[in-house]
Design a protein around this ligand. Structure first.
Ligand SMILES: [Zn+2]
Length: 164
């Protein structure tokens, strides 16, 4: 027997076909790249999160000379949202990246650890989080739920718990 999982990605070839909300959030994510602290990789990642109260929370990658001590932009933004607005649901999240010496945006997808944290937030708030990032050919990808980014997720039920 073979089991298959499906994931669904909405693909846009350019920014103009995205909703104005997505365009605004993308702009915030690209602008926030400038604030990345990435002196070792020079790879700047910027994230913008839209909450249900319309606040936008930004995050950037935070590197460290002791490499594992740093943190990805996605988790910086999510944890920041969690502490600033603990009762607001996250609606949308845009992830942008570029090199420090080149304004051209680069494809980037959230790492596995960040996908795990995104899933945790989604399960906690019990509503899906939409995510926007660029694909390999700089097209724009939108997923309607972080669950599509992490099949066979580890969650509360993995610990034998009903819910968080
Ligand atoms: Zn990450």
């Amino acid at each position: 027997m073979i089991k298959k999982w499906e994931m669904q990605i909405e693909v846009h070839q350019n920014l103009q076909t995205l909703s104005s909300t997505w365009q605004h959030l993308w702009q915030k994510a690209t602008q926030s790249c400038e604030n990345a602290y990435a002196p070792y990789s020079n790879f700047w990642v910027g994230v913008a999160i839209l909450l249900e109260n319309n606040e936008i929370i930004e995050g950037v990658n935070q590197e460290n000379a002791a490499y594992p001590s740093g943190l990805c932009a996605e988790r910086v933004a999510l944890f920041r949202a969690g502490i600033q607005f603990p009762h607001q649901k996250i609606k949308m999240m845009a992830i942008a990246a570029r090199k420090a010496d080149n304004p051209q945006m680069l494809p980037v997808t959230p790492c596995g650890a960040c996908r795990q944290v995104m899933i945790e937030f989604e399960n906690k708030q019990k509503t899906p989080i939409q995510v926007l990032f660029q694909g390999a050919e700089s097209e724009y990808y939108i997923v309607d739920t972080t669950a599509h980014l992490l099949p066979l997720q580890f969650n509360a039920s993995s610990l034998g718990l009903q819910t968080v």
